[in-house]
Design a protein around this ligand. Structure first.
Ligand code: ATP
Ligand code: MG
Length: 181
């Protein structure tokens, strides 16, 4: 690996698994990329009801790190049927994602929680795979969320599964500002 860092190639990366750290690892990579002068877009599927600290942190990157929330928060709470409005928002978010992927404006795009949207069958895995295959050659993409679809795992270059060893939540400790949101 004498040429480490010199051969640029867009990677498809997946953070999946039941343990904590999928989104935060993606945000860490986003910060690293932005620090290298790269332009980074984070599209958050299924989020929108909470205000996350990263939204304010991104403001300090002067447009090199842009985070957009595309939904209205938790869907299918308690295994409920998919609300048509959530379905519409996910599909609209996906249209935006495709446009941004093809735009050539970004060096890294994070599709945060997209695996949940696919797992809930609000988005078609094959359509996502096809769009990713046709992305600009230099574009890095990170997908996050539990239960990554096998088709996407197969297509990806780097896949990390977060495994839960323990989580404060199971001891009744609620989400902590700055750590969870
Ligand atoms: P984070 O955003 O903290 O990196 P994540 O992206 O890995 O978490 P998600 O499935 O997106 O996890 O869930 C987001 C929220 O759920 C976070 O507040 C996170 O702390 C919490 N969470 C993640 N894993 C667990 C778990 N195993 N048990 C309980 N809560 C969890
Ligand atoms: Mg997450």
């Amino acid at each position: 690996m004498t040429d480490a860092g010199t051969q640029r190639q867009g990677l498809l990366i997946i953070h999946t698994g039941a343990g904590k750290g999928k989104t935060t690892a993606a945000l860490g990579t986003a910060m690293r990329a932005a620090g290298n002068g790269m332009r980074v877009l984070v599209l958050q599927f299924l989020k929108g009801s909470w205000h996350y600290g990263e939204l304010d942190a991104a403001e300090r990157f002067n447009g090199d790190l842009v985070i957009r929330q595309m939904g209205r928060g938790f869907v299918k709470v308690g295994g409920a049927e998919t609300d048509p409005e959530d379905l519409r928002l996910v599909q609209e978010a996906w249209q935006d994602a495709v446009r941004e992927i093809q735009s050539g404006e970004w060096d890294l795009i994070v599709l945060d929680e997209i695996n949940y949207a696919i797992g809930y069958e609000m988005l078609d895995a094959k359509a996502v795979a096809d769009a990713l295959k046709e992305r600009p050659q230099m574009l890095h993409v990170i997908l996050t969320g539990r239960n990554a679809h096998p088709l996407l795992v197969e297509l990806a270059d780097t896949v990390t599964e977060m495994r839960e060893v323990k989580h404060a939540y199971t001891r009744g400790i609620l989400a902590q500002r700055g750590i969870e949101f």
